[in-house]
Design a protein around this ligand. Sequence first.
Ligand SMILES: NC(=O)c1ccc[n+]([C@@H]2O[C@H](COP(=O)([O-])OP(=O)(O)OC[C@H]3O[C@@H](n4cnc5c(N)ncnc54)[C@H](O)[C@@H]3O)[C@@H](O)[C@H]2O)c1
Length: 433
Amino acid sequence: MEAKNKRLKIGVFGGARGYTMIQVLFSHDKADLVAVCDKYEPLLDKVKEKAKELGTEVACYNNFEDFLNHPELDAVVLANYATEHVPFAIRCMKAGKHVLSEVLPCETMAEAVELIEAVEETGMVYAYAENYCYMQHSFEMWQRYQSGEMGEAHYGEGEYIHDCSSIWPRCTYGDRNHWRNRLYATFYCTHSLGPLIAMTGLRPKSVVGFETNPIKGGLLAKGTAGLAGIEMVTMENGAVFKSIHGGLKREPGSINYQLYCDKGVMESGRHFSRHPERSVGNCLYVYKEGEELCKGDWEKYDPDCQIARDGRLKSGIESHAGSDFYPTHCFIEKILGGEDGKWSIDVYQAVDMGICGILAWRSVLNGNTPMAVPNLRNQEERDAWRNDRACTTPEKAGDELLPISSHEELLVDPGDEVYEEIRRLWLAGEKQK
Ligand SMILES: NC(=O)c1ccc[n+]([C@@H]2O[C@H](COP(=O)([O-])OP(=O)(O)OC[C@H]3O[C@@H](n4cnc5c(N)ncnc54)[C@H](O)[C@@H]3O)[C@@H](O)[C@H]2O)c1
């Protein structure tokens, strides 16, 4: 652990989504942003401009080697491609840097094992930036569940519906090999499942996966399958969680959670939105049974959430329903041994969240058969998965390459012209900035 009163020097790898962490670090009272790396120079220019405005300096690199060699770097935020977190996390930890990883934690079962073993071997802090655990409603549910007032969980639902079809040019820049174009339905599962795991602290034991049917004129026309995925997860105590995520048609998108427990239920408003100005109604409802069976009271409220009640931590970062400050803040606290470090998500829980989606895909491809979820905390459970590289990235999977959809009609190459058109739209958007 670092000295409690030390100011940490942190670098951010990936300046697109990473700009959120960059903003948090610009205003944090226990850390400084010292370096940023991105190969896309306009993102570095944006950081330089902001640093100048704030009267500070940030070293900008367009390659990872030089970035990692930046002097006195204590920790790295990985906001690079979602399927490339593990190799970079391992390189950072082996170089003595703590790591905060964006979603997803790993792309393969082999990477899940490698990641855990690298954390154990190096002793560095690894934290998972699943910000959906820290939203106004989900973080309040997490804190209330952990207080014990709701009793034990029996059934939960997590929903992350986000139709990205209109922003696909900005998301993939017309690159046919962009990780988002190879996403299969159950991969991006931790926004919906992760908060249920964080809230309850329960470990998944088995998973059944589902892929919805193709949306006509949907993302396929934009060069990817883009269907919704569902994981039905049985937890170690027998509770069952349903997780659904993907690009179903609905605006604004929906992020909500329900958790039924011994003493009642906590459920967020179904019209809750990532954008506070678009949310409709109260965002948390809590029912608790009283002394008499089947009689109880409802509370309805907008939690102002958080561990920042005293205003000490108000950073002005309110995006993603107030959540975007917390992964970085709790990571810093964890490294420094501060109180809020207890809310940081460790590597075991991160992997629990992520491998449910990986194994759910095997379930889908095997006709929705249940898959046991290994407990990779146990060394003896690791060997069965150590060499399992099955995924949809050809360079990684080799002869274990998986299809991006279970629907054959979606496996047809949409053709170069589709990607060229997406690139044209992206470039037109960039010019307008
Ligand atoms: N938690 C959330 O709410 C949320 C939202 C959006 C994205 N994300 C996650 O953030 C990550 C990044 O996503 P994104 O939306 O920024 O899109 P992205 O994955 O397209 O962007 C990654 C960025 O990293 C840079 N990069 C990648 N590899 C590099 C390398 N080897 N050298 C230099 N630069 C490199 C790219 O140039 C790009 O700017 C993903 O893991 C994604 O899942 C999370």
